[in-house]
Design a protein around this ligand. Structure first.
Ligand code: IPD
Ligand code: CA
Ligand code: CA
Length: 270
């Protein structure tokens, strides 16, 4: 499928502009508010999303926008919708830990067609167009070839309601730690997915994700040869909340670990 080149250009412009805004304020006294006990939003998140909405309104006035801080359609609308996370890794950003990025995907009828994720600390720009492969700073990327969990480095994240579900979240974490070479926890789901896409990590799982956390990273991963599904192996949707993502080869082994853990629990995960 060929895409209007202005779509990817706009996605790249949005996330690189966001990156410049983050780096201009990193480590400074930034206003931080709480959306929940451990769920933060800074004035930089808000400023970046305002700038993004102005860009899309100017360039594609008929397109819908779903952003973390100012909302949008809960269900994927028919037609084009930009799904935007101004800062993915806000907790890291608020603490001055340089692992965060900005992520955008253009979905059409709920399926991402174009995506861009920019990590300004490393100046790494991940992009993808459906059917056109995935790139890191313009160079094609591909998932790893690891074929056994014992040889795999995995990554996960903890959702903001972890205090209410700590045993379940840490229980599944323990199940993976007990079988993998290593498990990391970086604090940015979008970077996690890009690193699986680039072969730096071999697999990722997390529950209770939001569309803006995963819409861009999922396309980049799929275009790099990876696979992303729900915990039970079902079709990925950015509205699906729980994901297992992998280099494809390890996918069934990761699903089996989740299934085995769930069968030892009283009920299924969210
Ligand atoms: C969060 C990050 C984190 C993940 C959380 C997300 P935010 O997004 O992606 O890695 O564990 O589930 O909510 O709040 O920094 O945009
Ligand atoms: Ca996020
Ligand atoms: Ca965010």
């Amino acid at each position: 499928m060929t895409h209007d080149p202005l779509l990817l250009t706009t996605a790249v412009e949005a996330v690189t502009r966001a990156g410049a805004m983050m780096m201009a304020r990193l480590g400074q006294d930034v206003r931080i508010d709480k959306k929940g006990a451990i769920d933060l939003v800074t004035e930089v998140d808000l400023a970046i999303e305002r700038t993004f909405r102005a860009l899309i309104a100017d360039r594609f006035p008929t397109h819908a926008v779903l952003g973390e801080e100012f909302g949008g359609a809960a269900e994927a609308p028919a037609g084009p919708c930009w799904v935007f996370d101004p800062i993915d890794g806000t907790t890291n950003f608020a603490h001055g830990l340089p692992i965060f990025c900005s992520s955008v995907a253009l979905e059409v009828d709920g399926d991402a067609q174009v995506a861009a994720i920019f990590d300004p600390s490393r100046q790494e720009l991940f992009t993808a167009e459906r059917g056109g492969g995935a790139r890191l700073n313009g160079r094609p990327i591909h998932v790893s070839r690891a074929d056994r969990i014992v040889d795999a480095m995995l990554v996960t994240g903890f959702p903001y309601d972890v205090h209410q579900r700590v045993e379940e979240i840490v229980g599944l974490f323990a199940a993976f730690v007990g079988q993998a070479r290593a498990v990391r926890r970086l604090g940015s789901a979008a970077i996690d997915l890009c690193y699986v896409a680039a072969g730096r990590l071999d697999g990722f799982w997390e529950s209770d994700l939001k569309p803006w956390d995963i819409a861009g990273g999922a396309l980049i991963l799929q275009e790099a040869g990876g696979r992303i599904t729900t915990y039970d192996g079902g079709r990925f949707s950015s509205r699906g909340r729980q994901v297992v993502a992998s280099n494809t080869v390890l996918h069934d082994q990761m699903i089996a670990i989740v299934r085995d853990f769930e069968s030892r629990q009283s009920g299924p995960h969210r």
